[in-house]
Design a protein around this ligand. Structure first.
Ligand SMILES: [Cu+2]
Length: 237
């Protein structure tokens, strides 16, 4: 399969991106384009032949190793493509509906994800506004996630100013912490944060917001102290 498709892709992408082929408009240019096309096709055929020869010569000794990624086995070379992945979408609401507890809440707090998998979480912050973390707080830093960064409306970041945090998504036992910005871009009512992390073996973990967005003088009352509001459970199984 790879033999049939790969060289064709190489030919078409080379032809499309070759500057001479697309810019010339005169008849002289057309001749040049034909020569270019012939060269590109020629190179493509050579690549095709080379690949056929190469894979034929490797077939005897390397077939088992080359086949492994396609079978989805857990061999080291198949780790990246073989890891199952899942997505979770959450919102942070300014007020949980039908609740006497005043203050923000995550839209869903009982989360279940597969063990040994890649989990991508998207959080729409519908409760913007900054609640400063203490100076030097570790919860202003993005930790424990893929690539060491989270994305706010598509832009990567690895930390926020402690004064510019609205909430966090934190799984203490897994070392995952993502501060969520409180300032929305001009003209936007919400802000969207995405990040990914890998789960290990099965277990139950608590997760919570570590930004004092709740009630009381400390900000740690009400929703911050109540399961199902700014804290929840993550079941890895
Ligand atoms: Cu909070």
């Amino acid at each position: 399969m790879a033999l049939d498709t790969l060289p064709v892709k190489q030919i078409s992408s080379s032809a499309a991106s070759f500057p001479g082929a697309s810019l010339r408009t005169t008849s002289e240019g057309n001749r040049g384009a034909y020569i270019t096309l012939a060269l590109v096709v020629g190179v493509g055929v050579i690549v095709l032949l080379a690949e056929m020869l190469l894979s034929a010569s490797l077939a005897g000794s390397y077939t088992p190793r080359m086949m492994r990624p396609h079978t989805g086995s857990s061999g080291a070379s198949g780790m990246m493509s073989g890891v199952p992945s899942s997505n979770i979408h959450l919102s942070i609401l300014p007020q949980k509906p039908n609740s006497s507890i005043q203050g923000p809440a995550y839209s869903q707090t009982s989360l279940t994800v597969p063990a040994n998998s890649l989990v991508t979480i998207t959080i729409v912050n519908d409760d913007p506004g900054d609640t400063a973390l203490p100076a030097g707080s570790p919860f202003a830093h993005v930790t424990g996630v893929t690539g060491g960064v989270a994305y706010v409306d598509g832009q990567a970041y690895n930390a926020l100013d402690v004064a510019k945090v609205a909430h966090t998504f934190t799984i203490p036992q897994l070392g995952v912490n993502v501060p969520i910005p409180g300032d929305t871009p001009v003209g936007q009512k919400t802000i969207t944060v995405t990040f990914s992390f890998k789960t290990g073996s099965a277990g139950m973990f608590t997760w919570q917001c570590m930004d004092p967005c709740g009630s009381g003088s400390s900000g740690w009352g009400g929703p911050m102290a109540t399961m199902g509001y700014m804290q929840g459970m993550l079941m890895v199984r």
